[in-house]
Ligand binder design. Structure first.
Ligand SMILES: Nc1ncnc2c1ncn2[C@@H]1O[C@H](COP(=O)(O)OS(=O)(=O)O)[C@@H](OP(=O)(O)O)[C@H]1O
Length: 320
């Protein structure tokens, strides 16, 4: 029985979910990638002049989606999987199942790149994972779709999320201030989206109402950095693809401090992700980190039980 019975049963989790207001429901998933909704309509030309092969084939609705999580490593995963010749992906985030749903499926299909028979169409929009309507909407489009979630230690994820907001709005309060409803009482503000997104078990519960676990792959954001080829092997197996993306495609760039691609899909030159990926995080009060770890622990345990995978976020030393 992979389902959690403690501390919250699934029904109770749904109740808990609706009880948590989302203070920043409309917050963009990623400012630098947030042009998506606007740019998506032109996305088929997004590959630009650098694309060496003409766009043969036809546009199809995606057969696989990277649905989250924000700041989990979703861009790194998408850029790595699109190296595969049997994958074609849209570069921007279409935000169809959250912000652009009223535009309709034809709009969505038109956003996709053309594919040849046998090629998989993909997109990534990390906000889907925390969008209440997304599972139902995606299910009604394609009940056999494959879903990929890149997860990361929720404490680090929250700090990464905050770091991104801070880079756009330097005047916001400190992380330590935003994290609490009442700091003296140690009451964490779970309605702050930076914290709420990391309650993975809660969001997953929503997806499991529509999709069996076998249709969802959970990628470790931590392992994607230390062993990108290992995680990519799992992704390719899950998508039913030959293991084409391997160690040979990655190199560790010391300056960047992250693995980079030797040959991205649209170029023959090596490329690391941009400046907004792999930012330096501000130093956070260790006591606040400690309290957040305690806050997430039961939800993490529940998430491990639900997925049958131990992501080892309790083992980590500091916040990395
Ligand atoms: N290869 C490689 N290069 C650079 N960055 C990498 C890579 N693999 C994973 N990561 C981690 O990805 C984090 C950003 O996650 P996302 O791409 O999901 O962010 S977003 O939600 O789309 O804004 C980003 O978070 P921060 O380090 O906090 O900036 C990185 O830690």
């Amino acid at each position: 029985d992979a389902w959690p019975r403690t501390p919250l049963a699934p029904g109770e989790m749904l109740a808990a979910q609706s009880a948590l207001p989302d203070r920043e429901a409309q917050e963009p998933g990623s400012p630098e990638e947030d042009q998506a909704g606007r740019r998506a309509a032109n996305a088929s030309s997004e590959r630009g002049a650098a694309a060496s092969t003409p766009d043969y084939g036809e546009k199809k609705l995606p057969q696989a989606l990277i649905i989250g999580v924000k700041k989990g490593g979703t861009r790194a995963l998408l850029e790595a999987i699109r190296v595969h010749p049997d994958v074609r992906a849209v570069g921007v985030e279409p935000h169809f199942f959250d912000r652009n749903y009223e535009k309709g499926l034809e709009w969505y299909r038109n956003v996709m790149p053309k594919t040849l028979d046998g090629q998989i169409t993909m997109e990534k929009t990390p906000s889907y994972f925390v969008t209440n309507e997304a599972p139902k909407r995606i299910h009604s489009m394609a009940r056999d779709i494959k879903l990929i979630v890149v997860v990361r230690n929720p404490v680090t994820r929250a700090i990464s999320d905050y770091t991104q907001t801070l880079s756009k709005k330097p005047e916001i309060p400190t992380f330590e201030v935003l994290a609490f409803k009442n700091r003296t009482l140690g009451l964490i503000d779970a309605s702050w989206s930076a914290i709420r997104i990391g309650i993975y078990a809660l969001h997953l519960e929503n997806w499991l109402q529509y999709f069996p676990l076998s249709q969802i792959l959970f990628v470790s954001g931590e392992r994607l950095i230390v062993d990108p080829a290992g995680e990519m092997a799992k992704v390719q197996d899950f998508l039913g693809l030959k293991r084409v993306v391997t160690e040979k495609h990655f190199y560790f760039n010391k300056t960047k401090g992250f693995p980079c691609l030797k040959k991205p899909e649209d170029s023959s030159a090596p490329r690391c992700l941009g400046k907004s990926k792999g930012r330096t995080h501000p130093r956070i009060d260790p006591d606040v980190i400690h309290r957040l770890r305690k806050f997430y622990k039961p939800f993490n345990m529940m998430f491990y039980q639900m997925t049958g995978q131990d992501f080892q976020w309790e083992q980590e030393e500091g916040d990395k």
